[in-house]
Design a protein around this ligand. Sequence first.
Ligand code: SF4
Length: 368
Amino acid sequence: MQRPSQIKNKHQKWTDLTFSGLESFLAGEGVNPIHAATLWKMFLREGMDKSHPDKHGRLPQTLNVWLAQNKPFVPEIVSTSLSDDGLTRKSLLRLEDGEMIETVLMGYTGRTTACVSTQVGCAMGCSFCASGQSGLTRNLRAGEIVAQVVHCAGVLQKTDLGRLRNVVLMGMGEPLHNYDSVMNALEIISDSRGLNIGSAHITVSTVGHVPGILRMAEENRPFNLAISLHGASDAVRESLVPAGKRWPLDELLDACRFYGKKSGRRIFFEWTLVSGKNDTLDQAEKLAEKISGIDAHVNLIQLNATASFHGAPPSENMARSFQRTLKESGIPATMRQGRGGDIAASCGQLRLRTDSSTDTVRKYPQQN
Ligand code: SF4
């Protein structure tokens, strides 16, 4: 049977489709499109792990037969680790082809956040980032991104922390390097017929992929944008973020201005403080100057240790002076608390221990 155009290649699945895409696909498969709502309820709201067709005796016969031949893949939970404070939970998930990804659930009461991966590995090679050290293996499909959010929502259902409120694309990978799958996934995640996570609660975090930012602006994508900046001059930025050579600072900031203007959203700038590299007051002053006129908020993060990067976080005094300089220049700046560092779930630490060797996996205690 000729498959509708929404399924573009043999690797794609119906779980990669937006609601309207699924309706068209079902119609092409000879299944009543009305069942798109049933499928989404089962797989997005009730959790994919309950999706075995045999457990859904209530389903119409045609849908049951179709589902038996089109079972969605549910990522296998290889291991889960919990931070010492109990608030951060990292899951190592195995995909259908054996590749592994990490998903982190940060459980602050009332503002629980899922931090999901968008690629296996990453091509951007940021020097302090564990994901960047291993290169890109492959892009994730939309359904594989959505499945991580469903996984986090399912974990939350077993706690008293409430429902999942926020999603940040800050795990492994550069989201805008996998644009189509990421935008499909975000459309699915934010759709009120499924997970219903409002677009104001979804943040796309990018290393500064200028074509992707411009495309988001032109397509009127309503999501928050966070830019991993880390340097207020091209030289400093390029020493930490090689992508800075391709998309220089001024070009990147122009793209941010355009996105801010089109979306009406505040832009978040992420700044990992590395002692002796980008923690100087000169960099703070330059940063304030460069982003003045943008509705911006700077998130300062103390460097997390990774085995392959020989850098250190600055002293508390140095970090506070950097923050003060920004504030005195009228730039809102927050010192983000390091969460989950003891389980390598903080920014720049994903992929550090996701090697598929058994030895590495064993480092994680099984929690469930
Ligand atoms: S910081 Fe982000 S963009 Fe840079 S290497 Fe890591 S995952 Fe890729």
